[in-house]
Design a protein around this ligand. Structure first.
Ligand SMILES: [Fe+2]
Ligand SMILES: [Fe+2]
Length: 468
């Protein structure tokens, strides 16, 4: 097609030629129908990452699930906003658009171990979503439905990034024949359920439901929120943990206080573990709540990776020292979801105190003359300001303002922690810190902080074990 009134300038804002622009894409109705399916799958993938966070032991999987959970939450938010622009009341977006998709995602939740989890997500769900986004883009009109196309390109590209990681991770875990066979069997199982739904779009030929393999999801799903770790976290029930006190010990060497900060960051993998149990067990909130919480889960995983990166850069073998699960374990198992969230807010709001909190941590890193930890603490501080806002945004309407929240937090933090007391009996409570300092810094520890606290009767365990 040639435009007669041409000045030789590229037309149509450079998005496509006239021929492509003159081809109708999806109608508003068809677009909305497809986007409701994407939104549903994104929401359920978010749920799957949250459900897998605790029972999945591998460190790298927890980190990646945290990112993917955030991306899925954000994708769902974007889809919802686009649908709302297309004459569709957004409320419909919380309903399931197809019972066959529901059955598919219920099966994914029943993945039994890391290999099946990766096989299901990266062998079936994400490739299908990626292909659906591409097919949608190929058929849609790039000019007249530019907002949808732009959104789909972002979703497709981020799906590609996730798939790249997933393929490598699955190859690393499914090394032997037996593991590969299990991965393939679970993929075939889920692929059949996807086929019964007519694929992501619902437009493919549907496999009759009668031909489906027997479902695993026979009973209601019960989340497993007991945090599991791989062997590199060592004695996860050794709760002798001093970095929280050492970084504040004015009498200690600055290098050692700086090192304590990095162990504190590293330790924060327990926050995604704890927060995923909150979102998993909190129903019926606006999607923005899940998106905010997803963003915070991802921030906390990045805080843990600050420690990891610092250790790797310094040649520290972090698998030689215990990284306990006391905080996420006792909160997940012994506190209600809303109480867990209040505790998180209580800790993060406390960190806003410039004398003891995030600003102080940044100053300690600066004083220690470590550019990398100073950089990390700078962003850690910025993130925590955001987290205190997120906590206030969602807790205030339900619980009350800052004073009320802090009062509730203090009360919850002082309750007994039975799971910690019980598990502590199963593992020697060894003080590993001096050996760690010797190993990393090549000198003796100069801090006595952190030993006396555990012996005092009103020991505020939640705070002493705190992450954030
Ligand atoms: Fe954090
Ligand atoms: Fe935080």
């Amino acid at each position: 097609m040639q435009a007669k009134a041409s000045l030789g300038l590229p037309p149509l804002a450079g998005l496509c030629g006239y021929e492509r622009a003159a081809r109708p894409g999806f109608s508003v109705e068809d677009n909305v129908r497809l986007m409701r399916r994407y939104n549903y799958l994104k929401g359920r993938l978010y749920e799957a990452s949250a459900a897998f966070m605790n029972p999945t032991p591998e460190w790298e999987l927890k980190c990646a699930f945290s990112l993917h959970l955030y991306l899925d939450a954000d994708h769902a938010q974007t889809i919802r906003e686009r649908v709302a622009e297309l004459r569709e009341p957004p409320l419909h977006l919380d309903a399931c658009p197809d019972p066959a998709l529901e059955a598919l995602m219920d099966e994914l939740l029943r993945a039994e171990d890391s290999v099946e989890r990766l096989a299901g997500i990266f062998g079936v769900l994400r490739p299908a979503l990626r292909a659906a986004f591409q097919a949608h883009l190929d058929r849609n009109n790039p000019l007249f439905d530019h907002p949808t196309c732009r959104m789909l390109r972002i979703l497709r590209d981020e799906e590609d990034e996730m798939l790249g990681w997933g393929a490598e991770a699955l190859a690393a875990l499914a090394k032997d024949e037996a593991a590969r066979a299990r991965a393939e069997a679970f993929q075939a199982h889920l692929a059949a359920y996807l086929k019964t739904a007519g694929g992501v779009s619902g437009e493919d030929e549907r496999l009759p439901a009668g031909e489906l393999p027997p479902k695993r999801a026979a009973a209601p799903f019960v989340p497993d929120t007991m945090p599991q770790r791989d062997a590199r976290s060592r004695e996860v029930y050794n709760f002798n943990y001093r970095p929280n006190n050492i970084y504040m010990d004015e009498a200690a060497d600055l290098d050692e206080r700086n090192l304590a900060l990095m162990f504190k960051r590293f330790h924060e993998i327990d926050v995604p573990e704890m927060m995923s149990s909150i979102v998993l067990q909190t129903q019926g909130k606006p999607w923005k709540y899940y998106r905010d919480m997803g963003r915070q889960i991802w921030d906390e995983a990045r805080h843990a990776m600050m420690g990891e990166v610092w250790f790797v850069k310094r040649g520290v073998d972090w698998s030689k020292y215990p990284n306990h699960v006391g905080w996420s374990m006792h909160l997940n198992l012994e506190r209600e979801p809303i109480e867990r969230h209040i505790i998180l807010y209580y800790i993060e709001q406390s960190l806003m105190d410039g004398r003891t909190g995030k600003k102080k941590e940044w100053k300690i890193a600066q004083a220690a003359g470590d550019d990398l930890t100073t950089y990390f603490q700078d962003y850690d501080w910025a993130d925590e300001v955001l987290h205190a806002q997120i906590g206030r945004r969602w807790l205030k309407p339900e619980v009350g303002g800052t004073a009320k929240l802090m009062e509730r937090g203090r009360e919850i933090a002082q309750r007994p922690t039975h799971t910690i007391d019980e598990r502590a009996k199963t593992t020697p409570q060894v003080d590993w810190w001096p050996a760690f300092v010797r190993d990393v810094l090549g000198k003796e520890s100069t801090s006595n902080a952190g030993m006396e606290d555990r012996l005092t009767p009103d020991f505020d365990r939640s705070k002493a074990l705190a992450s954030g």
